[in-house]
Design a protein around this ligand. Structure first.
Ligand SMILES: Nc1ncnc2c1ncn2[C@@H]1O[C@H](COP(=O)(O)OP(=O)(O)O)[C@@H](O)[C@H]1O
Ligand SMILES: [Mg+2]
Length: 368
């Protein structure tokens, strides 16, 4: 039964029941009274009173019923329209809240639900478009080395590389391209772990001097092949330790260095790595003489999927997740990463790690 019918029945009952009862009482009163009491004037007076009571009751209940009808039905109408809008995927409307009582609260809750739904939908749209862009970047990034590898393998098969030197050069290029692909795939696998907070850290005590010496030796080999000059200074004392995950720290360095390589635009290319002692922290600086980053882009380069306009337009490909991974790993190490850069001149990436300090013996005593 709809609300309107319920209210009409209520109205009829509100009028009819008292009317019926009054009529019975009135008729009984008249029949029981001696004739001199029930004079025609008294009958007329009582009749008029009965009509007046009925009229007043009818008016009062009509007024009440219209009032209830309006206060319930109007908001219900609004909510009905709002629900239909949401069903049809339209979230750009507003639910008016007329009062603060039960129905008003319901409307307010509904409005809040609409706003949250709108927010989630907008986030999803952004996320979807970022994912699409990521897929197209990945395809580009994978396709470029694959095309090159195919080209060089064909060169070897067809005998274009006819001297041992040429063959060695072709094989080296194939190897480098395969490495690029390997790196990208690693980056993506890692990225999916970041998203679900499943990075498998294995923290251990690492000797800063030894770690960076080894690390630079590895990088040096690769950079040497690409004719990039690498300089390295380590000013940290020999016994300084940090607590870190050696593998993830290597990922940080690799991501930064691979950006330096990728965004080099000068014929003379160099990368300078400095490991410095800055009090309680060890600071690592990786400087390149690449194309640099515009000041307006600097605050965003650690954002996920962010690539500068020039990177987007360049043929270099890229997912825009390398530096967001760097930042996440550094945060999880309790350190931080930042950048300075001059467009056209070069970029320096910095990150710090807190030094490991043995708890002094006297403090151990206090603890125990
Ligand atoms: N050493 C660098 N020199 C110039 N630009 C850089 C350098 N490192 C990072 N960038 C800029 O920051 C952006 C984000 O870097 P990153 O997150 O590694 O994404 P990707 O390398 O996949 O584009 C890059 O697209 C590039 O524009
Ligand atoms: Mg990168």
């Amino acid at each position: 039964m709809n609300l309107k019918t319920t209210l009409i029945i209520t109205f009829v009952v509100v009028i009819a029941v008292p009317l019926f009862l009054i009529t019975i009482v009135f008729t009984g009163f008249m029949s029981l009274q001696p004739v001199e009491v029930a004079t025609p004037q008294t009958r007329e007076f009582l009749g008029e009173m009965l009509i007046s009571v009925i009229l007043i009751m009818a008016m009062t209940s009509s007024f009440l019923i219209v009032w209830i009808y309006r206060s319930i039905l109007n908001p219900i109408e609004t909510l009905k329209k709002a629900t239909r809008n949401i069903r049809d995927g339209n979230l750009d409307f507003e639910v008016d809240i007329e009062d603060n009582y039960e129905i008003g609260e319901l409307c307010a809750d509904f409005e809040e639900m609409r706003l949250r739904l709108k927010e989630t939908t907008e986030e999803k749209i952004v996320f979807d478009s970022q994912n699409k862009e990521l897929i197209s970047n990945i395809s580009h990034d994978l396709k470029t080395p694959i095309t090159a590898i195919k080209g060089y393998v064909e060169g070897l098969l067809d005998g274009v590389a006819d001297t041992p030197e040429k063959q060695a050069k072709y094989l080296r290029t194939i190897y480098n391209k395969a490495n690029d692909m390997d790196r990208l795939i690693n980056e993506l696998t890692f990225y999916s772990k970041i998203d679900t907070n499943r990075i498998p850290y294995t923290f251990s005590k690492i000797n800063v001097r030894e770690y960076f010496d080894d690390c630079i030796e590895d990088i040096g080999l690769e950079l040497g092949q690409q004719q990039i000059r690498l300089t390295y200074t380590n000013q940290v004392a020999e016994d300084i330790m940090v607590i870190a995950d050696a593998e993830q720290l290597k990922r940080v360095i690799n991501n930064i260095v691979s950006n330096s390589i990728k965004y080099m635009d000068k014929p003379e290319r160099f990368i300078d790595v400095r490991v410095l002692d800055v009090g309680d922290f060890v600071q690592i600086e990786i400087e390149d003489n690449g194309r640099g980053i515009a000041t307006k882009d600097l605050p965003y380069i650690f954002d996920r999927f962010f690539r500068t306009d020039t990177s987007r337009n360049s043929s270099k490909g890229g997912s825009g997740i390398g530096l967001s991974i760097v930042q996440k790993i550094m945060e999880d190490h309790g350190g931080k990463v930042w950048v300075t850069s001059k467009e056209g001149k070069g970029t320096t990436m910095y990150f710090v790690l807190r030094k490991y300090q043995e708890v002094p013996v006297h403090e151990q005593d206090i603890d125990n």
